[in-house]
Ligand binder design. Structure first.
Ligand SMILES: *Cc1c(COP(=O)(O)O)cnc(C)c1O
Length: 419
């Protein structure tokens, strides 16, 4: 019943026994649906892979911050990785303790860092300027984590490679001497080192290389409680594609970890910050085919959504698998699936789908991470509802927007009308 994933059962596509098409009858389309069983399964795989290394999983909330998802991950035992003060506040409201939350912002004001510090979360500093200000302001009263950039070129699309030499993230490992000066001048206490080289690191070798650099750096700090290896855990977007083999990474890290702890004189914790790995697979974005439009070049399937609701294909040229939910046994045909936004807006080109008829529902897979979170009201469309399936039961966790939601933050236009 609570097996994860999309299954064809008696001619209907179901998740944990729940019929996706039926969900759209209840909640309308387009609709985001999340498979809670998939999230726990992914979480458990990570915990198992790193269990020999005092591992702590800090879910990267920016992938999907719906409160019900945060609470589910909290229940599973995760901590939280945050990149804005708003994510920190949502995390606290979801029940994470301040010390379970790490704040890893980039280019935010010192005011925001002070605010997070006052909330008691773990502060991760990613540039020399803030490290210096933090030292002046807090001296040794608040221990910090420092984000380093080891300059390793690994990862997928160039927009999401963050560890390379041109990257804006982290403090260069070559600035170590400067970091040491600042620490000494302000008596800063460093409790953690952090690295996040970018999304989509597939091979264990890139991880081991990063790990070696970090363990080497760690010897220069006396009071470390943890090293945070960030993320980079990939899932398969294409059918037959590869998911990061976390077990292999775990095996690769274990020896280096043991050796480090031995030399360091005590065990430290290893933190990881997966976002995509935990929630991507869980998400199905369901939309309805409004129009089937043959042109001289292709057959378009025009759906009742667009890049305003799922921007990854247009923004990152990301490949998302697409399934026709309504006609599982239909003859396979080739389609280009497009959205209704008034500019080029493509979900997938030249895809083989069971024949799509007007009114059919299609599901776009791997829509859990950076799907709803990157959605907008472009073209003044409402953002969709979100449903979470847990223990075989579907629950609405965010309602669809209404015209009132589009107007809620607008001021000053009504008075003039009444003049
Ligand atoms: C985005 C981000 C992550 C999560 O990345 P995924 O590819 O979704 O796993 C983790 N840590 C930091 C600091 C991030 O900015």
């Amino acid at each position: 019943m609570t097996e994860s994933g999309l299954r064809l059962q008696e001619g209907r596509y179901v998740v944990q026994g729940v019929d996706l098409a039926e969900l759209c009858e209840t909640y309308g389309s387009p609709l985001y649906v999340y498979d809670g069983a998939s999230i726990s399964e992914q979480y458990r795989k990570m915990v198992t892979a790193f269990k020999g290394m005092n591992c702590k999983i800090k879910y990267a909330g920016k992938a999907l911050t719906n409160m019900s998802i945060l609470k589910l991950l909290k229940q599973l035992g995760a901590g939280l990785d945050t990149v804005s003060i708003q994510e920190v506040r949502l995390g606290l409201m979801a029940g994470f303790k301040p010390e379970e939350i790490i704040f890893t912002p980039n280019c935010v004001s010192f005011e925001e860092i002070k605010e997070a510090t006052e909330l008691g979360v773990v502060i991760n500093i990613d540039n020399i300027s803030v490290l210096e200000q933090f030292g002046h302001y807090f001296e040794d009263s608040v221990p910090v984590c420092i984000r380093f950039n080891p300059h390793i070129w690994a990862g997928g699309h160039s927009n999401i490679q963050v560890g390379h030499i041109d990257s804006k993230f982290g403090i260069s490992v070559y600035q170590m001497r400067h970091v040491q000066r600042l620490i000494k001048a302000s008596n800063l206490r460093v409790r953690g080192l952090h690295v996040h080289t970018g999304s989509d690191i597939l091979d264990a070798e890139a991880y081991s290389q990063t790990a070696r650099i970090m363990f080497e750096l760690a010897h220069q700090f006396q009071d470390l409680e943890f090293i945070d290896f960030g993320s980079g855990f990939k899932v398969a977007y294409k059918e037959g594609g590869n998911e990061t083999d976390v077990m292999a990474i775990g095996v690769g890290l274990q020896a280096a970890y043991d050796e480090f702890c031995e030399e360091y004189g005590r065990k430290i914790d290893l933190w990881f910050e997966p976002g995509k790995y935990l929630v991507s697979k869980s998400g199905f974005f369901v939309a309805r085919a409004n129009v089937i439009k043959p042109t001289p070049a292709t057959v378009f399937v025009g759906v009742d959504s667009g890049m305003n609701h799922l921007i990854r294909p247009m923004l990152y040229q990301a490949h998302h698998e697409i399934v026709n939910l309504s006609n599982p046994e239909g003859t396979k045909r080739i389609y280009t699936i497009v959205g209704n936004i008034c500019e080029t807006d493509t979900f997938g080109s030249d895809r083989k789908l069971s024949e799509v008829r007007e009114g059919d529902l299609i599901a776009i897979r791997n829509a859990g991470a950076y799907g709803y979170m990157m959605s907008s009201n472009y073209n003044s469309r409402f953002r969709p509802a979100e449903v979470l399936i847990l223990n075989g039961e579907a629950k609405l966790i965010r309602r669809r927007e209404t015209l009132d939601d589009l107007l809620r933050t607008q001021v000053g236009w009504e008075e003039e009308e009444n003049d």
